[in-house]
Structure formats: C-alpha cells, structure tokens
Design a protein around this ligand. Sequence first.
Ligand SMILES: [Zn+2]
Length: 96
Amino acid sequence: MRQRRSCPGCAHHWAWLLGDGRFKCRSCGRVYTWLSVWDASRLSEHDKRKLLEFFVLGVPAYRARFRAPCSRPTTERFYRQVRAVMAMHEELAEPF
Ligand SMILES: [Zn+2]
C-alpha cells in the first residue's frame, strides 16, 4: 500500500501497511509508526498522567515503585521516552 509519509530512516515514500497498523519501508525494511509516543503507549490515560506527574516532580522510578500504577521497568521505559521526546524537541543529539 502506498503511503504519503516518508520513512524516518531513508526518507523513502513507499511503504507497506502491516497488520498491526505500523508501516514497513520498501527500500530499507525499517518498521515504523506515525503514532505519537503518547498514543503509542498502551498504558491508560490515568496511568500516563500519573507517571508524567512523578517525572515532573523528579521522583525516580525506583522510589515511585510503590505509588506508580505500573511496574518499575514500565516506569523507567516511560521516563526514557519522555526524555527522548524532550531531547528531540530541544534538537539535542542524544537524551541527557
Ligand atoms: Zn526506509
């Protein structure tokens, strides 16, 4: 299926639509999605807002493990994604 959006890896405009809603580049084979990080997360809206609140308050994942709505690895992954998005927004080469 032809898509208008280009591959983030090689900027090729032709991609297959996979069964799970992601795209696969016909040139380099990279699998990618156009969902935002917020929408791509499978956590509930309440859990994401709670984790974001902990992140903004500076609570480390290992300290939030008893109050966070999900496990420590999930919290760490969410924090990592938030840092990556912030770095992308600030146009940094790598997140902090
Ligand atoms: Zn590509």
